[in-house]
Write a protein that binds this ligand. Structure first.
Ligand code: TRP
Length: 361
């Protein structure tokens, strides 16, 4: 069986460090591992419209922003097919057939959807399209016969829903669809990077993000105003490391060579943490250290993005070519699905034979 990766993002904003740590980093590793026969990354504009249907400009503008972020942080169009969801109309058709296999109750039980309904204030008037998006996600995944879906933990209920649809489809119509598996980051820290304000998740709507395209000044400002330990007031006070976001980020981003480069008085993060706990280490020192590390990390991404922006027709062509490739694959799967469901009337010679036998003999 072929090993195929598919994943995607809703284009509702530029991508940030949470996206990078929770998913982009893994995708780039998978892409460069040469373990997979094919890798797809989808810009899920149709899904973004399920809760932004009244704001089509936002979705349209962010399609390019997200594509720029992908390419800037190392998604290589020679190894990975990047495409736009809505242009692959086969996905909509698959969704329509899969809808028969899922109950309303099942959709309403999806914990991620439940949470999002609350956040968007949809409680008493849930748009059908929104509730339905896990089914369309099953179409995205199965259309490309994807086996490996690298996602953040909040997406696990979607993959579970897809697996149920695959099972049910194959039971009813015969073995047709490929069973996918989710792949989440190994460490809990990477699964959910907190925001700069200490809140559980980095999220655009909470305004606590550091973007992969932020300029130097912006990054510095965000780092210097990060949440630390509210009881660590004087430098001499003992400080808490747990729940201190600067240390959380250092856990994720600090490498041994960063100490040699920026804080040679400490050998490693443990020594730095010990000093902070004892007291005598000010927040400014650890924030400056983190700032240096994040600047080093984001600078090449930002610079590549600026190059790509100057070459925007190249980015357009990548999306256009990727989408064309994706359509060919999705169409093959749609044909298989229609055949299995016996709705392939004109591409199936048997159909004509059947009706002749039935009505003319
Ligand atoms: N729901 C995903 C998100 O919000 C985006 C997405 C759409 C996706 N279709 C997908 C992810 C298929 C993985 C596989 O980020």
């Amino acid at each position: 069986m072929k090993k195929i990766v598919l994943t995607g993002d809703r284009p509702t904003g530029r991508l940030h460090l949470g996206h990078y740590v929770g998913s982009l980093k893994q995708r780039i590793e998978l892409q460069n591992s040469s373990e997979f026969d094919k890798i797809y990354i989808m810009i899920a504009d149709a899904q973004a419209l399920t809760d932004n249907f009244d704001n089509p400009n936002k979705v349209r503008n962010n399609v390019i922003e997200v594509a720029l972020d992908y390419l800037a942080c190392g998604i290589d169009p020679n190894k990975t097919t990047i495409f736009i969801q809505s242009e692959v109309n086969e996905l909509t058709e698959l969704t329509y057939y899969y809808m028969n296999l899922v109950t309303l109750n099942r959709l309403q039980r999806n914990p991620t959807v439940k949470n999002e309904i609350g956040l968007r204030g949809f409680n008493n008037s849930i748009p059908v399209g929104f509730l339905n998006y896990p089914i369309s996600q099953a179409a995205d995944i199965t259309a490309f016969e994807a086996t490996c879906i690298p996602v953040g933990v909040d997406q696990l209920p979607m993959i579970e829903q897809t697996r149920e649809i695959v099972k049910s489809f194959n039971n009813i119509y015969g073995n047709t669809l490929i069973m996918p598996e989710a792949k989440v980051p190994d460490s809990e820290l990477e699964q959910r990077l907190p925001g700069t304000d200490g809140k559980a998740k980095m999220s655009k709507s909470l305004g606590n993000c550091i973007y992969l395209s932020d300029d130097e000044e912006t990054i510095k400002k965000k780092v210097m105003s990060m949440y630390t330990d509210p009881n660590h007031i004087k430098v001499s006070d003992p400080g808490q490391v747990e729940g201190n976001i600067v240390f959380t980020y250092l856990d994720v981003f600090a490498k041994p060579e960063d100490f040699a480069k920026y804080l040679p008085e400490y050998k490693n993060l443990d020594e730095l943490k010990d000093h902070y706990r004892r007291g005598g280490l000010g927040d400014v020192v650890i924030k400056k250290f983190l700032n240096n590390i994040l600047q080093d990390f984001i600078k090449p991404i930002r610079e590549r993005r600026e190059e790509l922006q100057k070459n925007i027709e190249y980015v357009y062509d990548i999306l256009k070519n990727g989408t064309n490739d994706a359509k060919i694959i999705a169409n093959k799967t749609l044909k298989k699905v229609k055949k299995a469901m016996m709705i392939d009337y004109f591409s199936d010679d048997e159909f004509l034979k059947e009706i002749i036998d039935k009505y003319l003999e």
